[in-house]
Design a protein around this ligand. Sequence first.
Ligand SMILES: NC(=O)c1ccc[n+]([C@@H]2O[C@H](COP(=O)([O-])OP(=O)(O)OC[C@H]3O[C@@H](n4cnc5c(N)ncnc54)[C@H](O)[C@@H]3O)[C@@H](O)[C@H]2O)c1
Length: 270
Amino acid sequence: MDDKVLEEKQIMAMRVLVTGSASGIGRASAHALAAAGEGSSLLLVDTAQDKLAEVSEELKSKGHRVRTLACDLSSPAEIEKVAAEAETFLGGLDALISNAGVLSNAPLTELSLDSYELAFAVNTRPTWLLAKACYPLLKAAKGAIVATASISATQPTPPHGSYSASKAALVMLIKQMAFEFGPDGIRCNCVSPGTIHTGMTDSVYGDEKLRAERAANIPLRRVGSPEDVAAVIAFLASPAAAYISGVDIAVDGGISTALMPTLRKGAVPK
Ligand SMILES: NC(=O)c1ccc[n+]([C@@H]2O[C@H](COP(=O)([O-])OP(=O)(O)OC[C@H]3O[C@@H](n4cnc5c(N)ncnc54)[C@H](O)[C@@H]3O)[C@@H](O)[C@H]2O)c1
């Protein structure tokens, strides 16, 4: 590689923090962001320490600097530790990918208070607390925040009532951040995945019959991959999205267009 190309690649090398990066969309995003340059620095955060170590080895073998942090993001004190590590290990922050999430699985009439609180403590609050704690780093780098919301933020999704509400709050939080942080050059956006085969959804999409049934209702006729979402996260974090802030991009194979065809079943093309 000649010097000029190498120099351009190095300029693209990013300092990135990815939560929920032991698995699924977070893991694929860590790879996609690292691949944007050579010698990227990544701080990977998750509760699943063993799986984090695997992702770390994969990225290190490709020449990237990686630090892992086993951390429960529902704890504000742990989030302070993440921010401190971002400063010491990354030395700055070009992209905060706030992706960790949990499902809540109960109809609202049966949902416990703890499950309700947990959905917001994992799916919503950490994006605010991480952004707040990392603000000086993000401001200095004119960095980007990308949060993983869900099409459930805009579509009621039984039996995940507190999950969908927590994701709706996340989308508005990101818009609020875009407004408040924009003057400091920090861009804030989210992606809303639809039906993606990951650890979270393996009980459904890992089953061939259920997967085919779901795929038949998706305009693009397939369940998505973590890489489908990671590509959009990497785009939103990159300079290519320099004038995009406050948006929520659905990555769902077109399923969120399906309300009227669902009402008029005969209108769905075979
Ligand atoms: N898979 C889908 O179809 C889908 C659809 C819409 C939105 N999402 C969202 O995508 C994001 C990533 O999920 P995924 O589908 O890759 O699932 P996943 O289960 O493969 O990954 C989620 C990761 O978050 C981690 N995590 C959970 N709670 C945590 C906590 N308290 N602290 C730290 N880490 C924690 C898990 O250990 C896991 O590694 C989530 O926010 C999820 O809500 C997924």
